[in-house]
Design a protein around this ligand. Sequence first.
Ligand code: NAD
Ligand code: DAU
Length: 370
Amino acid sequence: MRRLLVTGGAGFIGANFVHYWLRNHPDDRVVVLDVLTYAGRRASLASVERHSNFRFVRGDIRDQALVEALLKEERADTLVHFAAESHVDRSILGPDAFIETNVIGTHSLLKAARNIWLKENASSAFERHRFHQVSTDEVYGTLGPDEPPFCETTPYAPSSPYAATKAAADHLVRSYHRTYGLQTTTSNCSNNYGPYQFPEKLIPLMLINALQGRPLPVYGDGQQVRDWLYVEDHCRGIELVLEKGHVGETYNLGGRSEKTNLDVVQILCRHLDELMPDAAYAPHISLLSFVRDRPGHDRRYAIDTSKAKAELGYQPQEDFESGLRKTLAWYLGNELWWRALLDAHYQDWIEAHYGRRARNGTFQPYSSLT
Ligand code: NAD
Ligand code: DAU
């Protein structure tokens, strides 16, 4: 039986992980620590709030005393670290919060874990412990069209402030293992999609814009490639790392599902047309607009999952079509959840990020593609 402290458990992947874990390990204790930034939603945890083994604590990962108290009083032996500032575009507009949470926050967690799990008179319950760092493929930088996918030995070469802070955090985790013997693992995962994703990321943004008849803003030429993974497959991958992964090791997780952004938007629009042929905005692809590119935009990510497959038996269960169908069904059935997010803060973000692009005349009609 495990006792988990899950940081960032009210965010997209964290909430999916908490649901997944309590469904598959109902006797384990799961304590979520989340400060509830714009991206963290208590509503995403509504269905587990009454679970006898679940507890929610609102707090900051940089609060080392709080984390130490939680690890001790909950006798937590496993820390799964999701909490982060996670959006690349926001890191370009304001990197400071990314340094604070992703670097200083991760270091604070490492110090707390070391103090509680490794100090001389630490409880024998902590002899086996695990600090799992949830990281990203973005630390590896960008790939050319014919380059082999990222593997665990690909050198780090982050492009955005977001990716650089995740890289720094990964290095700190590794250093706490090598120097102090903290029992760590790291997973570097590709782009996730699925329920509870904040509508600033590509798939939920395009979906919610399409439902409202708003433009679908594709950056640059839309030929950037991402490797898409349904979020539950990521959760399953982390479970495998916790159960079978070797301490001190890193595992790359991905969907083996490379798609250009333009393909993703076209597939999404096709699904929407099929589900809602009489919608006012059908065919939804007519809403597509090309806008100014993201600075430092990585051209291609792809993940080699052979280590996770060989050592852990990792294998995604959803392909892009089936995962996308599930995702659309969830958003269409949970309109209250996403409508609550479209508040003044959200509108401010949309205006700050896309408004200037539109006003500068950089929106181009879809017909300019041909
Ligand atoms: P998210 O932005 O949806 O959620 C982040 C959560 O962290 C939110 O609930 C937020 O309130 C919380 N948080 C932020 N700062 C905090 C702080 N200082 N203290 C406590 N809580 C804080 O992010 P996500 O997309 O769910 O990503 C989760 C993790 O997975 C991140 O570490 C991210 O780097 C990594 N990751 C994400 C993806 C992806 O496609 N989304 C892919 C690979 C890796
Ligand atoms: O690869 C893993 C990473 O995936 C995670 O570490 C990040 O936390 C997560 O946000 C995601 O980063 P991306 O930058 O790849 O995701 P995003 O959804 O922001 O963008 C996906 C692609 O779509 C990217 O090439 C940029 C493009 N895009 C995005 C938005 C929001 C557009 O063309 N238009 C948009 O409006």
